[in-house]
Structures are given as structure tokens and as C-alpha cells.
Design a protein around this ligand. Structure first.
Ligand SMILES: Nc1ncnc2c1ncn2[C@@H]1O[C@H](COP(=O)(O)OP(=O)(O)OP(=O)(O)O)[C@@H](O)[C@H]1O
Length: 308
């Protein structure tokens, strides 16, 4: 369980994380979603005690990270690429970590097996592909058999097999009753992996809900209508209280009335229908809608900072 209360991080004048409050529960995968620069990594670093909050607090399994006697048994994290001695083998790297944290060597073998590293465990880490490095990072996170897992953009740079592996592993670990908190800037990825999602933009929480609710809440079902009497039909629909937008190709996008109601209004108005298609926005569209302001803000910021 992760509990953040009024968590805030300021870097100079930049408010990277702005008064966020959320709970990440055990037994499910929670996605942490937001555009680049939204504050995901900063939040995760504060959870892991690597960054000190400017205000507010965050606990893992009931206590701040630093107050746990055996932190590796509480929370394991895959944050941005960590320094690994390139001359060491994967096994040596894990063994060294296990030794300094009082973890049995048998656990090293278990995590090597669990992360599919058996074939390369005795190879030098310096020659590892990105995917293998990512697996080693996950092996490190799992070493202390932690109740809570934090994975920052774990599928970044992975091939499709690696992506599927991360997805299955996250779900497997949650199925064991662990807390799994996984960040991504891709809604499609979170939708496939997570049960619950916390959406962040410009350091603030934009949504804290199930994936399904996010879709239902953000999507406004629209009906696409084509008619040779589009102008008259649009007027009749508006009189009925619907909202009508005319697309460049002449089609009408109607919200606030379902297909049946649009058809009935058309009949009364004597408008011929050439097409009547209910549409639902995709999860990706719902996410874009939700984070539009946050993304705009980022691009403005980058334009301002760009050399002229
Ligand atoms: N050490 C730092 N000093 C100054 N500003 C920082 C620092 N770390 C992060 N920031 C700024 O804080 C904001 C949030 O950054 P953060 O890395 O947490 O975002 P993110 O959601 O993880 O995005 P990304 O996926 O791009 O890493 C950004 O505007 C970033 O530039």
C-alpha cells in the first residue's frame, strides 16, 4: 500500500508535483499515467525516499521508506537505469546486493529464474541488451521479496516480447496480493496492464479511477450523421437540445442525443439520412482529452525555451 498526502515537490520555481493525494492498493496493478514531465518520476523518487518532499508526505506499507528496518522487503523499485558495474555478471550483481542486505543466495536464484535471466546470469552486464538490463532491474526490485513494487516506465525500449513479459509479471505479482504501481506515458499500455489508474498532468492529479470509469467519464458518445438536408437537420437537433458540430466533410457530429433520437428528429424534420453511426471515443482519445492542457503547457514551455 502506498499513501500520498498533499505530496509536493518544488525545484526552484518549478512545481514538479503539486499537492497530490492518492492511495495505491494491494492486489491490483495501478497505472501511473501522464505526459512527459508530468511528475511521475519525481513522485516515485519521493516514495522511495530518494527525493525529499517540499510539503506533504508519502508512506509505503504504513511508514515512510526511510523508517523501514528492512526496506527491500517492503518495496522494490525499477527507476531510471541504475549504475551497474559493467564488468560484473548479473548473478554477481544480485549476489552483492543480497549480501549487503542480508538476503539469502537462494533468493538470487529465484529472481534470476522469475525474470528469465537464467541463460545470461553468468554474462557480464556490460554486454546486456536494453531488454536484459530491464529484466535485471526488475530482478533487483524483486530481490527482497517486497510487498510493494514500483516500476517507472518499465516497458520503455522493450521489444513486443519484453512488453508482454512486463505486463504478465505485473499482473502475476498483483495476483499474489502485492501492491504494483507502474508508470507509463502510454494509455494503451496502462489499459492493457492496470486495473486502476492515477492520471497526473502538470504535477496535479487529473483522475484517480478504474480504467473503465475513465473511459465512460471522459468519452462523450457522439452520433455521426450525413444528410443532404444537414443544415435543417442541425437546426432541428439543436432545438431538441442536442449539440451539433459540422465536420469539414459535411457530416454532423451530434452529442446529447442517441442514434434513435437523431433518427426520430430527422423523420419529423423531413430530413433524409444517408448515414447514422453511433461512435464512442477510444481510451486514447479520452486520455488526450484529459491531459490536453498539460501537454499544451509543456509544448509552450519548450517553445519558450527554444533558441530563436
Ligand atoms: N532535479 C530536477 N531539477 C529541476 N527540475 C526537475 C528535476 N527533476 C524533474 N524536474 C522537472 O519536474 C517536472 C516533472 O518531472 P518528472 O521527471 O517527474 O516527470 P515525468 O512525469 O516522470 O516525465 P518523464 O516521463 O519525462 O520522466 C519536469 O518539468 C522536470 O523538468
Amino acid at each position: 500500500m502506498i499513501e500520498a498526502h498533499g505530496l509536493t515537490k518544488r525545484y526552484g520555481t518549478k512545481l514538479a508535483v503539486d499537492d497530490v493525494t492518492f492511495t495505491v492498493r494491494p492486489g491490483i496493478v495501478t497505472g501511473f499515467l501522464g505526459p512527459n514531465g508530468a511528475g511521475k518520476s519525481t513522485t516515485m523518487r519521493m516514495i522511495m525516499g530518494l527525493d525529499r518532499p517540499t510539503a506533504g508526505s508519502v508512506t509505503v506499507n504504513g511508514s515512510p521508506y526511510a523508517q523501514h528496518a528492512r526496506p527491500l522487503a517492503e518495496v522494490g523499485a525499477l527507476l531510471e537505469a541504475k549504475a551497474v558495474h559493467p564488468g560484473r555478471t548479473a548473478r554477481q550483481h544480485l549476489q552483492a546486493l543480497a549480501a549487503t542486505h542480508g538476503i539469502a543466495t537462494t533468493r538470487v536464484d529465484e529472481v534470476i529464474e522469475l525474470t528469465g535471466l537464467s541463460a545470461v546470469a553468468r554474462k557480464r552486464v556490460g554486454g546486456f541488451s536494453l531488454g536484459m538490463g530491464q529484466r535485471l532491474g526488475v530482478a533487483v526490485a524483486l530481490l527482497g521479496d517486497p510487498r510493494t513494487l514500483i516500476l517507472d516506465e518499465p516497458v520503455n525500449g522493450l521489444d513486443p516480447e519484453g512488453v508482454l513479459w512486463v505486463r504478465n509479471l505485473a499482473r502475476y505479482l498483483a495476483g499474489q496480493g502485492r501492491t504494483v504501481f507502474l508508470s507509463s506515458h502510454l494509455m494503451s499500455e496502462v489499459a492493457l496492464t492496470a486495473d486502476h489508474v492515477v492520471v497526473i498532468g502538470r504535477g496535479r492529479i487529473l483522475a484517480d479511477t478504474t480504467v473503465q470509469d475513465l473511459l465512460d467519464g471522459a468519452s462523450r458518445r457522439a452520433v455521426l450523421v450525413r444528410s443532404p438536408q444537414a443544415t435543417e437537420l442541425a437546426e432541428a437537433l439543436r432545438r431538441d437540445g442536442a449539440e451539433v458540430a459540422r465536420r469539414d466533410d459535411g457530416a454532423l457530429m451530434v452529442t446529447g442525443a442517441d442514434a434513435a433520437r437523431v433518427g426520430e428528429t430527422a423523420a419529423v424534420a423531413g430530413a433524409v439520412l444517408h448515414e447514422l453511426t453511433p461512435t464512442a471515443s477510444t481510451l486514447e482519445e479520452a486520455y488526450m482529452e484529459l491531459t490536453a492542457d498539460a501537454v499544451e503547457y509543456r509544448s509552450e514551455e519548450m517553445t519558450e525555451g527554444a533558441p530563436r
